[in-house]
Design a protein around this ligand. Sequence first.
Ligand SMILES: [Zn+2]
Length: 56
Amino acid sequence: MQPDEPPLSPRDEGPPDAPGVGEDVCGACHGTGTVEGQRCSVCNGTGKVLQGIGGG
Ligand SMILES: [Zn+2]
């Protein structure tokens, strides 16, 4: 038995962001995508890097 849910949830399908998976701010350019005027070679100018899961 579950009580009536209040209509306060406009969206309740799927998590917005799964923790521990996805992208992370590039540590080399701090998310700017550029280092000293040059395109960051670590994130390729995207400012984000993919986080490895499970440790590799
Ligand atoms: Zn970068």
